[in-house]
Design a protein around this ligand. Sequence first.
Ligand code: PLP
Length: 465
Amino acid sequence: MIGKMPKEAAQLRKNIKGIDQKVLTSSRQKHKYIYLDNAASTPMLNSVWSELEEFMSWYSGVHRGTGYKSIISSKVYDECHAMIAHFAGADSLLDTVVMVKNTTEAINKLSYRLGFKPGDIVISTNMEHHSNDLPWRAKTAVKYISVDEKGNLCSHELRQILKQYYPRVKLVAVCGASNVTGHVNDVHELAKIAHEYHCPILVDGAQLIPHLPFSMLSHQNPGHIDFLAFSGHKVFSPLGTGVLIGPKSLFYKGEPEYAGGGTVNMVFDHKIYWADLPDKEEAGSANVTGTFALAKTLTYLQKLDMRKLAQYEENLTAYALKNITQLDGITLYGDKKRVGVISFNIEGMPHALVGAILCFEAGIGVRTGCFCAQKYVRHLLNLEENAAIVDSLAKPDYPGMVRISLAAYNTREEIDHLVEWINRIRGHADEYKKNYHYSSQYGCYYPSKRDDRDINQLLNKFLAV
Ligand SMILES: Cc1ncc(COP(=O)(O)O)c(C=O)c1O
């Protein structure tokens, strides 16, 4: 046990690459870096790094070579798809796992492959990341399910919209969990409703897969999830992978949005014979290393037990919420029930300044701004949908929030340190405002008197030629 951590979470923590990394704070103290920005990207696992290192001696391009290494790498690469399918509860016979770069690419790919016709409609929601909104807007008409004043999805609207536009609705596209409030949507219930209207559902799993156990469920189940998208870098595997899982029947039809090497069996002047799935959808040379790392990471998490990790994260989130709520002058956004994503503001302090102080004084990494979910953030901030307001503001004054996002390796001690610093920032707001300025060089607030030798040393180390 580390503090009040169950053994699964303690094991995960020990396995986090760079967990003991120290950073220099403004008081010239070396402080163990506290990473509370896991919703953006998570660190990698030491064990997977070691497995990858060993595999690299056998690494080769896949599916095209005839050498020994290519045989091994191709088999490993293909098997990794099956491991990823297993983690997501997909059906290996009926579904295909397509490797892409990230969730954004996965959703864009689906938007190309659905083959919309004039009049078709996609239903999305007002709590989506831009990546589950803009790809649909670019292809067809989108109707949005509203959110209430706390940011909860008004799920009952789904049936109304489906009824109103039946049979023109071609997809319901909804996030499994929000990257702003951490609210979790009951995607299987939404799927049941969508299926009553013969409409498939896509779950943007970017914030769901890292935090909660999940299954797409069998194709016979009315709550089955038809399409799932998620990112490797948000689930301890930052080597350039994303995943789109969906029924083979869809991807057998039509042409892939990218064609070229690897996607075909035979090419004639008059006809192209496409390769089998998922090759048809994975144009060009594959990201073998990233796929290997993701499959190994997901298998590790599965063995560790996602339920236990999720339970610990839930307790940690409740602990953080309770302690932040006790402070005066803090606005918390969203309701109580959520994964470990908590957004807030400190009265009278720009969110970006709070983020900078946490970075430079406390050694804590968070995120500030609108988190690529501007509509939702504006709604929670009670701001008008008015582009002119934003145009009239200087960059550091853009509306936004401070977000902490937890993973099952974070500790109560880390939360205590954060809460202590939020309190300190509240108490010394004017002092901090005087000591920081907006730096256009770094694109953030910066301490006016910082000795930058540590940062420059690191930059020289990594960028020296
Ligand atoms: C809910 C949600 N969807 C989609 C994305 C996009 O993920 P990526 O940047 O990996 O494409 C994010 C990233 O923060 C997210 O949180």
